[in-house]
Design a protein around this ligand. Structure first.
Ligand code: AMP
Ligand code: MN
Ligand code: MN
Ligand code: MN
Length: 309
């Protein structure tokens, strides 16, 4: 491995006052296992994120760019330079019951060829989708959106709605990116183009076959019926998925409780991550989250031997 090394976990010292993180497993850990760099739709580089995570007191970090692991070696090296324990990461777009769902992968081998090929295939549809989004915006009088959004995409293969949102703010169509998503780019609004991503089975398989753990990202963000949500959790488990994000920048305190219960009901480990994209846009900074609720298995307990130090 070019950077970092993976060392086995040390058993937790028992008793009160043991931990925070010193190589042992504990729920009381400032782990931030979900964020984005310029390699997808974040505005900071992997190096800037590593420094920000360290400064904010993060004790275990993962960079989870959308459908892309091209930033992983930089993140491993940057984390090591900061003395920050690191797990490899990505956030895979899938289609389930007609909606886009995100599956986070943690602790996989970033050199795995099947993972790389799967993600390359998933990214493949983005340019055509972006051109259709631009055509849809042109139909309501907003011209030049493809070229405009592309300027914001650090990685042209990963052109995303976020880059369109930044351009629509720059050109004064909207005041901020949240307003863009309210008025454009979402189902039923100009600029929205339905897209078919990977399947749940494929995403979970790419992650688990490369040694990682699959995590349902921000489950409260989807608009599933209870039956569809039950199906998502059941099928995810049946395919080999083992964790769910409970504490994320996308959830309210009530949703932490709801998904802590779901984690227990489905026997899933729990993850924690800000989903930080940008100092100017993100409400939740790296590491700025409550700890996981008690009595859950932290996802890092499943990944102790996958941590780069
Ligand atoms: P895409 O993968 O191109 O469909 O873009 C999805 C990305 O858009 C998400 O990962 C978020 O970064 C961003 N996004 C989606 N909905 C919103 C929203 N309501 N406000 C701000 N950003 C959003
Ligand atoms: Mn994003
Ligand atoms: Mn997401
Ligand atoms: Mn994300």
């Amino acid at each position: 491995m070019p950077h970092g090394r993976i060392v086995p976990a040390v058993p937790c010292p028992a008793g009160p006052g043991a931990s925070p993180y010193n190589g042992c497993v504990s729920a009381i850990l400032n782990a931030d296992l979900h964020c984005h760099s310029v390699v997808s739709d974040g505005t900071l580089t992997p190096e800037e994120l590593a420094a920000r995570a360290r400064a904010n007191g993060v004790e275990l970090w993962a960079l989870t760019d959308h459908d892309e692991i091209g930033g992983q070696q930089r993140a491993i090296a940057a984390a090591q330079a900061q003395g920050l324990p690191y797990l490899t990461g990505t956030e895979i777009s899938i289609t389930f019951a007609g909606q886009t769902v995100h599956i986070v992968g943690l602790g996989f081998d970033a050199e795995d060829e099947r993972m790389k090929a799967g993600l390359r295939q998933t990214r493949g549809g983005r340019e055509e989708r972006a051109r259709e989004m631009a055509a849809s915006l042109a139909a309501v009088g907003i011209r030049g959106a493809f070229e405009g959004a592309l300027k914001y995409a650090g990685n042209p293969e990963l052109i995303s709605r976020t880059h369109f949102a930044r351009w629509l703010v720059e050109t004064g169509v909207c005041r901020e990116t949240n307003e863009v998503f309210r008025k454009y780019l979402t189902e039923g609004k100009p600029g929205f183009v339905p897209h078919r991503w990977a399947t749940l089975r494929d995403a979970v398989t790419w992650i688990t076959q490369s040694g990682g753990v699959a995590v349902i990202a921000h489950p409260a963000r989807y608009s599933f019926t209870p039956t569809e949500e039950y199906a998502l959790f059941s099928e995810f488990k049946a395919h080999g998925g083992t964790a769910v994000e409970v504490v994320t920048g996308s959830h309210t305190a009530a949703e932490y409780v709801k998904y802590a219960d779901m984690a227990r009901e489905f026997g899933l480990a729990a993850s924690r991550g800000s989903d930080f994209h940008s100092p100017d846009e993100s409400h939740t900074d790296l590491g700025a989250l409550p700890y996981l609720p008690g009595e859950l298995t932290p996802v890092w307990e499943l990944l102790a031997d996958r941590i780069h130090r």
